[in-house]
Design a protein around this ligand. Sequence first.
Ligand SMILES: *Cc1c(COP(=O)(O)O)cnc(C)c1O
Length: 571
Amino acid sequence: MSGRQAVADAPRIAYFSMEIALRDSIPTYAGGLGVLAGDTVRAAADLGLSMVAVTLLHREGYFFQTLDANGVQSEAPAGWNPADALEALPARATVPVEGRTVALRAWRLVVTGVTGRRVPVLFLDADLPDNAPWDRTLTHRLYGGDARYRICQEVVLGMGGVRMLRALGHADIARFHMNEGHAAFLTLELIAEHMAAQGRAKPEMADVRAARERCVFTTHTAVPAGHDRYPMDLVERVLGPRDEFGMPDVFCCEGELNLTYLALNLSRYVNGVAKKHGEIARHQFARYTIDSITNGVHVPTWVSPPFAALFDRHIAGWREDSFSLRYALGIPRGEVWDAHCQAKAALIDHVNRVTNAGFSTEALTLGFARRMTPYKRPDLLFWDLPRLAAIGRQAGGLQVAFAGKAHPGDGAGKELIRKVFGAANALKGDVRVVFLPNYDMALGGLLTAGVDVWLNTPQAPLEASGTSGMKAAVNGVPSLSVLDGWWIEGCIDGVTGWAIGANDRNHAMGEPPDHVADADQLYARLEHDIVPLFTNGRQRFTDVMRHAVALNGSFFNAQRMLQQYVLKAYF
Ligand SMILES: *Cc1c(COP(=O)(O)O)cnc(C)c1O
């Protein structure tokens, strides 16, 4: 065996994620976690890292969102045909669920990096004729169903994933990376494998240590309710009695299983997804050593065609080496602005094709797109409608494009979409507001590249990282954002964008949010900084755009992120 191809043929890292965003035609993702997984795989392929990714097939996708005239969301299965996009593999594995044996197969998509190297992604599928009718549905819906459905899905992902890797001949995987706690049951399978290899009938600490030596865990949420927890009687119904349940170094918590703790207990390396999030996680899980690796986006995926052409003219090798975006500082301002105008025209065309909002390419355009849920505060911009209307008049035109899905069970998130529709109506004549349905990767690309300023107003410190602002940055679009998540690291005020909230207001968990102060600052930054710069200071505005690419695009990218995982987590 010689050279890189031999290494790539025998994956050393198995990356597990409940969701993954590879293409728009494969709707098996709900949001940032899946986009990060997709960008990680793409960066691994670019760098020639030997990796295999494991996820579930999700035949009905997340969901297809439609919105009525009042912003009431309805959900339909996001139909797709796996055979159109993926290759069916003959291998089979089984996994025990509630005393039954569930058969699994896998579908494969090979992701090719910018240098031609490849990373396979395996989609596990339980919809086989041998399985009981309910078991066949286990790989249908992402984040659907009740606790029983969810835990069974997680058994399929974690235990089924390891077994499928073995069935496909991947015997020597060095690291198992859990992208969030959903895959934590893989640790039980690794303990069982080691125990069997040692000829033991009961697990011992040596088996736990051997499993731990191979696992890496990335936690993604700063919201305490974001961690999956199940009552122990449900766990035992699904998995049967297991000796690990009585081992405090494996299952820590009386009466319940918290998948985050299972992953924490069984990982040699644990990280949060931004420096601040690492701090929060260390506070939440004080007994554990938790590092941070700040997220990044895959540059060749998220750069719009006009900016790709611009970089092709000015930055040799930018696709292969995301660090080289630092040379964007030398691109003439006029060319940056022209490329932006093209990306903006593409967005405005789309808006005017799918809505009757009558957007103009001249007006200052803000964008806001992410999961619709209360801590993201999509309504903060509408705190004071007369003041926002006045900003619209001051700017000589202001328009805002929204997008985002609310989880079917998140009533408060759905209510927020209706609020945006209500504000859009109330602002007619002063500020144009649209809500584009069915947020997906393609719409994310159009929006982050095509607006003038990317807006983010989470309730600090609940945004673990956020990545859409990084997509904007690689397209020269500066952020106006609450100092939280990645923006604490990426914001140089007035240079790469603008901050809402001071960094010294050191948000602690549980501190009541100050919506009034945040909204006031949001308006003040528009009134005093952004509108004047956009309308009268085009040169300086373009400087901010260049800094967004050079200072933030060159760092908050998935190639840098993955290199940190290699150095700190994998080896
Ligand atoms: C980038 C992206 C996200 C994540 O955005 P955040 O800023 O992290 O909330 C979610 N959904 C889609 C479709 C995306 O492209």
